[in-house]
Design a protein around this ligand. Structure first.
Ligand code: GLV
Ligand code: MN
Ligand code: MN
Length: 405
């Protein structure tokens, strides 16, 4: 069931290079609709909130806040079949196995499909979980503008937004506890021979939008010494970003998005807009690297006679996983895989936001070749299955644990 469901989701938004399921596009909506159909077929009750997060619930013996798991159904451009989808489909599978075992969990269990984790359409990652956790006000989310020009609020109300026939609840109380199952997206577990991983901390991240304004002109007539070429300046900034991360150590920085205008062979580029993604599990290094990047950019701008403006579009501090959840995840994982390791997450996850309102933990399974955010993302089927076993055991243990709510 797990593999079949993952394969059928992978067909939604399939491209020549991978999968394209940006938030509130037809493919992403189809994935949410599929999630709802599966959840209902599994006997779960389904609701959504005002930003498109979808909640599927299995009742528990006692009342009180549920124990949640979940992840996201959106993908990056040309993304893979497991990033996000595995945590959602794996969550359904864990609940299905728990229900089939005849054991009723002490608390209700929920699987959540969080809206827009990747930030690939609207300029904010973990959008749905950030609103849920009170980190982003609903009105601020509504005002976000996608790269294609559409406002979040209009997309939400449009044909690919909120689902028809699914109750919309205004605000869900926080869960008693949260655990997210995810592929590692890096090479550490594979190298260690571990099939399960306990996440210690999720790296902090900052994202910046940098606008470089020079002077456009004729590529054949403007003398080299008289140019203010925005793309040449931007190129130096890209290299300065790389240098700053290397100098800081234990820090990664990427310019993965760059648009030159007017982008024509015989015109000196007048304007470039690029985005920087900066991460580390040490918030001090992030701060230090940001300061270095800003200083380098200012020097490059002055030397080249261009204007550089840097705007922070996202800032999330490093998030440690909660101690009790780590212990529950550890017990579940070690019982299934004695080679289980503990490792930090370089990637961001919805657990970063949910951790703001509930004890949160994460379980990783290995990524073959460490490949992710690419079409050939893979995890061995047996490892996918083992991760679901670890999730089910963690959910049952967390449902029996004495949380205050
Ligand atoms: C999401 O996958 C991120 O870490 O950017
Ligand atoms: Mn993900
Ligand atoms: Mn991702």
């Amino acid at each position: 069931m797990l593999l079949e469901r993952l394969a059928s989701l992978a067909a939604l938004g399939a491209t020549a290079g991978g999968i394209d399921r940006a938030l509130f596009t037809a493919a992403e909506r189809a994935a949410r609709e599929q999630f709802v159909r599966w959840a209902l077929a599994d006997g779960l009750t389904v609701e959504q909130d005002r930003v498109g997060n979808v909640f599927a619930r299995l009742g528990g013996v006692e009342p009180g806040a549920p124990v949640q798991c979940g992840s996201h159904l959106d993908t990056v451009k040309d993304g893979g079949a497991y990033d996000g989808a595995y945590g959602v489909v794996g969550g359904l599978e864990a609940l299905r196995r728990i229900a089939a075992s005849g054991e009723r969990p002490r608390r209700a269990l929920e699987v959540v499909a969080w809206a827009g984790e990747e930030g690939s359409r609207f300029p904010l990652g973990c959008l749905g979980s950030a609103v849920y956790a009170g980190l982003t006000p609903y009105d601020d989310a509504c005002a976000l503008i996608a790269d294609d020009g559409e406002a979040f609020e209009s997309a939400l109300r449009g044909p690919n937004g909120l689902l028809e026939g699914v109750a919309v609840r205004d605000g869900f109380p926080p869960p008693a506890a949260y655990v997210e199952l995810h592929i590692e997206q890096g090479p550490v577990m594979e190298r260690a021979g571990a099939r399960l991983g306990i996440v210690s901390v999720i790296a902090g991240q900052r994202r910046f939008r940098v606008a470089v304004d020079g002077v456009a002109g004729h590529a054949g007539t403007v003398p080299m010494a008289a140019r203010a070429d925005a793309l040449c300046a931007a190129s130096e900034i890209v290299l300065a970003v790389e240098r700053a991360a290397l100098d800081a150590g234990d820090t990664v920085a990427t310019v993965g998005h760059l648009v030159a205008e007017p982008n024509q062979t015989n015109i000196v580029p007048g304007r470039v807009v690029l985005r920087i993604d900066l991460r580390s599990v040490d918030d001090g290094r992030i701060e230090e690297t940001e300061l270095r990047i800003r200083a380098h950019a200012a020097k490059i701008a002055a030397r080249r006679g261009v204007a550089v403006e840097i705007e922070t579009i996202e800032a999330r501090a490093t998030v440690p996983m909660e101690t009790r959840m780590r212990l529950l995840v550890r017990a579940a994982c070690l019982a299934l895989d004695p080679q289980t390791i503990t490792l930090p997450s370089g990637a961001g996850h919805d657990a970063m936001c949910v951790a703001n309102v509930a004890p949160a933990g994460m379980i990783f399974v290995p990524s073959i070749g460490g490949r992710s955010h690419v079409g050939d993302e893979r995890t061995a089927p047996a490892d996918l299955d083992l991760g679901v076993e670890a999730l089910a055991a963690t959910l049952l243990a967390a449902a029996a644990a004495p949380w205050p709510t």
